[in-house]
Design a protein around this ligand. Structure first.
Ligand SMILES: [Zn+2]
Length: 392
């Protein structure tokens, strides 16, 4: 029997499906795409006929990466700051203001071009779903503009007016919080699915973060948080109380934080690109996993602390420096990201899943960490369409 309009990918050396709860894979496998979704998976020897056939020739097929944390609406770049930091100057949250100034000064055209360039760069590297935050405008008009642009490239749009207090509100944090949860929220909520707060010394404290998240939630937005990146703090508790989907960074966790993450539950989204780019200690992925936490990996792509869009790089860091297995890291970069975005249609390749998948130029997912820095994404399908690379 031939499924009309279908594509069969066969002779797959390792097919990672993640359809068994955790990391799940089969060898000598095949997969059928129909109407943009996965219609069938199983042994290559039992594969049904299809209208077109792709021979994977022993290579691996993985779910497309789900990057649940990225800051892509910005102008300018900060390579000099990075170089200075690597030469010994410490990272401070205030560096964000450099990008705020450049973003406010940029035209819509320039912001859109930079955003689309980064989105295309992600796709070529296997990322088929990504979240995108505002947070470099910090005025009502600039935040709303950033979110409208983000909504052109992804449904996972996050309002981050509470990224840092802008210079015109220096000494008046309460005034800025009122703006973020008032008129700015009014202008931004129609463009966004999520609201986020940078809860950290030098950014927003527990009470401020809680008030902002509560206001967003009252407007129907899902909640998420930047927490415990630069030191211990109240962010995990605030996230749990706000019913957040995910607490992101989680670099400094007390035992009580760990208990909260597991019991809330919160997805712990780890962003090792930020520790790489700031030379901070990596979060302890092993400790979280051993405690039973759900872990996601994301890039935190932004021009200050983590200017990488590569999920493969984050997987390699997680395996090498956060004591995650290759299987745990691959799951965290796919199904984990989907959990962090409360999505059930992506991050796995079971029948009915969106046909977002990667053909890897290697026989197993382990090569992502085994051969760090090497381009290995041969082809990428989004909703069943070949969107990047070549399937031959
Ligand atoms: Zn971030």
């Amino acid at each position: 029997m031939t499924i009309p309009g279908s594509t069969l990918i066969t002779q797959i050396g390792e097919l990672v499906t993640n359809d068994g709860g955790g990391f799940t894979a089969m060898t000598d496998a095949a997969l059928v795409i129909e109407d943009g979704v996965v219609a069938w998976t199983g042994p290559a020897a039992r594969a049904p006929a299809a209208d077109s056939v792709v021979d994977a020739d022993g290579r691996a097929v993985l779910p497309g990466f789900v990057d649940s944390h990225a800051h892509l609406v910005f102008a300018g770049e900060r390579s000099a700051e990075f170089a200075a930091r690597m030469a010994g100057r410490p990272y401070q949250a205030g560096g964000i203001l450099t990008t705020v100034a450049a973003t406010r000064a940029a035209s819509d055209t320039a912001l859109r071009a930079n955003l689309r360039r980064l989105a295309a760069e992600m796709l070529r590297q296997g990322t088929t779903t990504f979240e995108c935050k505002s947070g470099y405008g910090l005025t009502v008009a600039d935040e709303a503009r950033g979110l409208a642009l983000a909504a052109e490239v992804t449904p996972e749009v996050t309002y981050l007016g509470a990224h840092v207090v802008p210079p015109e509100f220096t000494g008046d944090v309460a005034g800025y919080v009122d703006l973020v949860r008032g008129p700015m929220l009014d202008a931004c909520a129609p463009h966004a699915r999520w609201i986020d707060v940078f809860c950290e010394d030098g950014a927003f404290g527990a009470d401020e973060a809680a008030a902002i998240l509560a206001a967003g939630r009252a407007r129907g937005l899902g909640t998420r948080i930047h927490a415990n990146q630069l030191g211990p703090g109240p962010g995990i508790r605030v996230a749990a109380e706000a019913g957040a989907a995910s607490a992101d960074h989680c670099t400094y966790l007390t035992d009580a934080d760990l208990d909260t993450i597991v019991s809330a539950p919160l997805v712990a989204t780890l962003l090792p690109g930020a520790e790489f780019g700031t030379r901070h200690p990596y979060p302890d992925g092993r400790r979280l996993l051993d405690a039973g936490a759900t872990v996601a990996l994301a890039t935190d792509c932004n021009p200050g602390s983590s200017f990488t869009s590569s999920m493969s790089f984050c997987i390699a860091l997680a395996v090498r420096d956060m004591r995650m297995t290759t299987q745990e890291a691959l799951w965290a970069a796919t199904a984990g990201g989907a959990r962090a975005l409360r999505r059930t249609d992506v991050g796995h390749l079971g029948p009915g899943a969106r046909a977002d998948l990667i053909l890897l130029d290697a026989p197993s997912h382990a090569y992502l960490a085994y051969r760090p820095g090497v381009p290995q994404i041969a082809a990428v399908w989004q909703s069943g369409h070949l969107s990047a690379g070549s399937a031959s």
